[in-house]
Design a protein around this ligand. Structure first.
Ligand SMILES: [Zn+2]
Ligand SMILES: [Zn+2]
Length: 250
């Protein structure tokens, strides 16, 4: 599996906000599409007309879902001009995604007659889902009502996304023996609230026995501290510090 970081920062940082593309053996999927992620997807050369499955870790915060609008607008343009197959696009998230999409259609009536089928699925908080080329396990995270953590498995490899969350036992379980834990690290030295800092993330990665950890979602406060050095005190595995457009192969 190859992971491309589309965005790695919080809204008030100079980075794009949160988004990833995961290239699986036979298809590519996206996980979150925050501010500027769609532009960055095109900078990487990833063919967005081939991405037909998008998973959102939560729907309440635009730093994770804002660029769905850009993605749908671009795909509509391609399909209208006959430049892409009129294939179904599938959106997945926790409870609240259907209402979000309905509201988006009210905001942008041109989306009501999309030239492709838009399939919206609300995932259960603790579920196992089989797809043709991969499996997905979800667990509830502690952030907003729709927040889910994702564990994708394909070809004997596993990659886990925390989404935004504070420390919680579900994330330890979800990341058990994972090849890569992609974890949010919004905080610098502060603790509390509904995010984590580098030390908290590293403790979870160590307890889960994850092989590698990728830190992302950096606020200006998190960028002021050496997140890699802080995490390395608690976690012995490989540590990546995300940058926009960075790629990691698992
Ligand atoms: Zn959030
Ligand atoms: Zn966020």
């Amino acid at each position: 599996m190859k992971l491309t970081v589309l965005g790695s920062g919080s809204t008030n940082s100079s980075r794009a906000t949160i988004g990833f593309v995961l290239e699986l053996p036979n298809q590519s999927i996206a996980i979150d599409l925050g501010f500027s992620c769609f532009k960055n997807m095109q900078k990487t050369g990833i063919d967005y007309s081939k991405i037909n499955n998008i998973f959102f870790t939560h729907v309440e915060h635009p730093d994770h879902i804002n660029d769905l609008t850009a993605f749908l607008f671009a795909r509509k343009g391609l399909a209208d001009s006959g430049l892409s197959e009129k294939i179904q696009i599938n959106l997945f998230a926790g409870q609240g995604l259907k209402k979000f999409v309905q509201n988006l259609f009210v905001l942008y009536p041109l989306f009501e007659n999309l030239p492709f089928k838009l399939n919206v699925t609300e995932l259960e908080a603790h579920s196992k889902n089989k797809f043709p080329n991969f499996s997905l396990t979800t667990k509830k995270m502690k952030h907003r009502p729709s927040s889910l953590g994702f564990r994708f498995e394909a070809g004997g490899k596993s990659i886990v996304f925390s989404g935004d969350t504070e420390q919680n036992e579900n994330l330890v379980e979800l990341a058990k023996n994972a090849d890569l834990l992609v974890a949010e690290c919004n905080f610098g030295e502060e603790v509390g609230g509904d995010h984590m800092n580098a030390e908290q993330v590293a403790v979870i990665a160590a307890r889960a026995n994850a092989k590698a950890l990728l830190l992302h979602h950096f606020s200006p406060e998190a960028e002021k501290v050496d997140t890699k050095a802080i995490a390395a005190k608690k976690f012995n595995g490989v540590i990546y510090v995300a940058e926009d457009l960075m790629q990691v192969t698992v």
